[in-house]
Design a protein around this ligand. Structure first.
Ligand SMILES: Nc1ncnc2c1ncn2[C@@H]1O[C@H](COP(=O)(O)OP(=O)(O)OP(=O)(O)O)[C@@H](O)[C@H]1O
Ligand SMILES: [Mg+2]
Length: 293
């Protein structure tokens, strides 16, 4: 864990938020969680990949929706450069804005049980990993403890207490997903689904916050070899999740240590995701931000 000489605002499973007075410093660690529990083994370089990929997407999508990024250098202590960002302080909406373009994960489970996902009716006969006719917005609660729960649009309106804000977040999420999945597809990567978090600024305007379109918040599949009717290999946490699920762990904390070969495999997948999507080596991001060698 990083302990900077700054007041700590909050510590999440993966990131620390420090108070910079009128702004926040969001520092991504190398911690990894599966099934909502943090493993004792870090994945070297993961914090840099999360920050660098988020930076890439924030910059590309700034014309679609304003975001919280202020700087990767100004006000960012040298020791955390490359994995930290100074952001605007927002009042976060208590929902996660999930968009799905393909049917997988918990959406696939819901669909098999009910033919719907988050109350949205889907065509009959979909296979696991099939592309949906249209991307769908399937929000979930942002649980302070334990697992997030899927809700429908009305559930999100109730949680946020402002319908037009939720509708704006939905529209922004769908637009972001469309733009990002199009770019990813050109780079040989399928963006199966992803999660955004929005906040509002002092003027009450909707602002995109948190991390965006990273392997922690998204499912990325290699387009090469994509075949519906089964789960897909991925550039994301699914690789570690699969290992965790097969390790005999009962998925209750504490999470087990990750063996060296799985650490190496995870590290390689995160780095490959960065390089495929951005088209540059991770080292380019590190030197741009003055990350410590
Ligand atoms: N601009 C912002 N202003 C205020 N809070 C923010 C901003 N951007 C992100 N956050 C919040 O900061 C936290 C980021 O920490 P992190 O993702 O590690 O924790 P978490 O979301 O509690 O846990 P996890 O993601 O592992 O479920 C989240 O609670 C997120 O909603
Ligand atoms: Mg989070």
């Amino acid at each position: 864990m990083t302990a900077l000489a700054l007041p700590l605002n909050a510590r999440g499973k993966v990131r620390e938020l420090y108070d910079l007075g009128d702004a926040l410093l969001m520092v991504a660690s190398d911690r990894i969680s599966t099934y909502d529990a943090v493993h004792p083994t870090p994945i070297p370089g993961k914090g840099q990949v999360l920050t660098g990929l988020s930076a890439f997407w924030f910059e590309r999508t700034a014309g679609l929706v304003p975001n919280h990024v202020l700087s990767y250098e100004d006000g960012v202590p040298e020791e955390v450069r490359g994995r930290a960002v100074k952001v605007r302080k927002l009042r976060m909406l208590p929902v996660e804005c999930v968009v799905r373009g393909y049917i997988t994960g918990s959406g696939w489970k819901d669909y098999q049980a009910t033919g719907t996902v988050s109350g949205i009716a889907l065509p009959a006969g979909l296979r696991e990993s099939d592309q949906l006719p249209e991307p769908i917005f399937t929000p979930s609660t942002k649980a302070l403890e334990g697992h997030d729960e899927a809700i429908d649009l009305e559930g999100a309106v109730a949680a946020v207490g402002d319908r037009s804000l939720v509708e704006a977040a939905r529209d922004a999420s769908l637009a972001l997903y469309r733009a990002a999945s199009e770019h990813a597809r050109e780079r040989g990567v399928i963006l199966a689904d992803t999660k955004f978090e929005f906040g509002v600024d002092e003027q009450g305007a909707l602002v995109l916050g948190d991390e965006v379109l990273t392997p922690d918040s998204s499912r990325y599949w290699p387009a090469d070899g994509y075949a519906p009717g089964r789960g897909q290999p991925s550039f994301d946490k699914q690789y570690v999740r699969d290992w965790a699920a097969g390790s005999g762990w009962d998925k209750a904390p504490p999470a087990p240590a990750i063996p060296d070969d799985v650490v190496a495999g995870t590290r390689a997948r995160y780095q490959e995701a960065y390089e495929l999507i951005t088209g540059e080596p991770l080292s380019a991001w590190l030197s741009r931000t003055g990350a410590p060698a």
